[in-house]
Design a protein around this ligand. Structure first.
Ligand SMILES: [Cu+2]
Length: 91
């Protein structure tokens, strides 16, 4: 009887461990200060130092920054704050 109960608890725990999925979010921000590929490289390099940011794509022509991130680790506001710090505040 006791063994049976323990097994049930173990099964429940492993199931919970499996269902944890990373909440991946993609945000697109526009920063008018972006003017060339050098800006794009500064932004990409700067944002990638933040834990939780997985992918950064900057298009100097449209002045858009597309960021994929783990919303458990960083928020869109956190990304905006970093962009401002780098000299490229988003609209
Ligand atoms: Cu530039």
């Amino acid at each position: 009887m006791v063994d049976c109960k323990e097994n049930r608890v173990k099964t429940k725990q492993s199931k919970l461990g499996r269902t944890i999925n990373m909440p991946k979010v993609t945000a697109t921000l526009t920063s008018p200060a972006i003017s060339c590929m050098h800006c794009a490289m500064t932004i990409t390099g700067g944002l990638k130092t933040i834990e939780g940011i997985e992918d950064v794509a900057v298009d100097p022509q449209s002045k858009k920054v597309t960021v994929s991130y783990d919303s458990d680790k960083i928020s869109e506001n956190g990304i905006r704050a970093k962009l401002s710090e780098l000299g490229y505040p988003a609209d």
